[in-house]
Write a protein of this length. Structure first.
Length: 170
């Protein structure tokens, strides 16, 4: 599992928009952010436990920027990847919530259309699949921004991070 504080920070940044050009982003309530975090955790096809543990991504890299000794170009690229990932995640969560709402609405009909319900279920599946893969390119590209020596450190830190989390769970 992603450390709650880390994921909470990620979700908070997602909903703050990280749009430095437009600082009029509105803050969500803590409860709503936590609800969104749980929504993503349950609808991303195991992303946290299957992929994230091996490839923590650009946000994690930024959190460890001093350890990696990132240069200004690398910092900029990691920030851009993080922003792109966050916007993509917001899009995915909204798509899935919309698809689930439509499915529920159509399922409540007295005599629902079979083809419409099948279409609704496919839309839910597509939206959930999107949440399962949408972060992958950002995480891989974030890793590729690093120099070989930084990549070696990344692998060690990611492994230590995961082992520490596993110990905490036992």
């Amino acid at each position: 599992m992603i450390k709650k504080a880390t994921l909470f920070t990620l979700i908070a940044l997602i909903f703050l928009g990280l749009n430095t050009a437009k600082s009029n982003a509105t803050m969500m309530s803590k409860a709503k952010m936590m609800k969104t975090e749980m929504f993503f955790m349950h609808h991303s096809l195991g992303f946290p436990s299957i992929f994230y543990k091996y490839h923590p991504g650009p946000h994690w890299i930024l959190m460890h920027a001093k350890s990696f000794n990132l240069n200004s170009s690398q910092l900029k690229q990691e920030k851009m990847l993080t922003m792109g990932m966050m916007h993509s995640t917001i899009k995915g969560v909204m798509m899935l919530k919309k698809a689930l709402k439509q499915y529920k609405t159509d399922a409540m009909q007295n005599n629902p259309s079979i083809s419409k319900l099948i279409s609704d279920v496919k839309a839910v599946g597509n939206a959930e699949t999107y949440l399962g893969y949408e972060m992958i390119p950002f995480h891989i590209k974030g890793y590729r921004v690093l120099y070989p020596s930084q990549q070696s450190l990344y692998r060690r830190l990611a492994k230590m991070n995961w082992m520490k989390k596993m110990q905490m769970m036992h």
